[in-house]
Design a protein around this ligand. Structure first.
Ligand SMILES: [Zn+2]
Length: 230
């Protein structure tokens, strides 16, 4: 950490949002921009306004999203950076910041984080799965384990940008499969499906549908951001 600060001092990089040079102790974002990110503050509420509309398609124990996502707010360029500009380190950093704010009691003492998988072709193209990197950031603060092979994407689905809820559902039909991951999952305090942005919930619902029934009661969803009201 100290070396990173020294390097940052010698070769200052810019805040991804305001483009001001980062100061000692700042990483990726200046403290002002980090503080101004639009938090949902819904993460520990039961049946909050993001979760309620998803009750039929995604009846999980809890939906926990740190930030609001919109086409025009500061979260969009961050998500773009995470997905398309080699932002694996940024994903880990933001998820760890989120976990620090969301508190230690959210998922109990031994959660299992399951990243939403990319198809192997897309994984090769991108070089990393951003959801796996987010899970690493969460694990850094909350402990537990990551089971990145629990879910498998069977089909290389089309990009979902611009699709409505029904089109997304069709696009994702039978796209996921569950792999047996051993006994650790049985004793987990929570099973947390991890994704970058929650929009219609179609991707997470496709994941939830293949989770064995015996485990479903402890499934939660964690996303970095949520598109509210879309
Ligand atoms: Zn800034």
């Amino acid at each position: 950490m100290i070396w990173r600060d020294i390097l940052g001092f010698l070769f200052p990089s810019e805040c991804l949002i305001c483009r001001q040079a980062l100061q000692l102790g700042e990483h990726h974002l200046c403290f002002i921009c980090l503080g101004r990110l639009p938090r949902t503050f819904f993460w520990s509420w039961p049946q909050h306004p993001i979760q309620r509309p998803l009750n039929d398609s995604l009846p999980v124990a809890g939906v926990h999203s740190w930030l609001f996502f919109s086409e025009h707010n500061t979260v969009r360029p961050l998500v773009h950076h995470i997905k398309y500009q080699g932002g694996a380190v940024l994903a880990r950093y933001l998820a760890s910041q989120a976990a620090l704010e969301m508190g230690s009691g959210l998922f109990g003492c031994s959660p299992i984080f399951i990243p939403v998988p990319l198809h192997p072709v897309k994984l090769r193209q991108r070089g990393y799965n951003q959801s796996f990197c987010l899970a690493q950031g969460l694990q850094q603060i909350w402990g537990g384990a990551i089971e990145h092979e629990a879910l498998r994407r069977l089909r290389h689905t089309k990009t979902q940008t611009g699709m409505n809820k029904e089109a997304r559902k069709q696009n994702l039909a039978k796209a996921m499969a569950w792999n047996e991951i051993g006994e650790s999952v049985e004793g987990a305090s929570a099973i947390v499906l991890v994704d970058d942005v929650l929009t219609t919930g179609a991707t997470l619902a496709a994941c939830w549908e293949v989770v064995p029934e015996s485990l479903r009661a402890k499934v939660h969803v964690w996303t970095l951001a949520a598109a509210f009201g879309s």
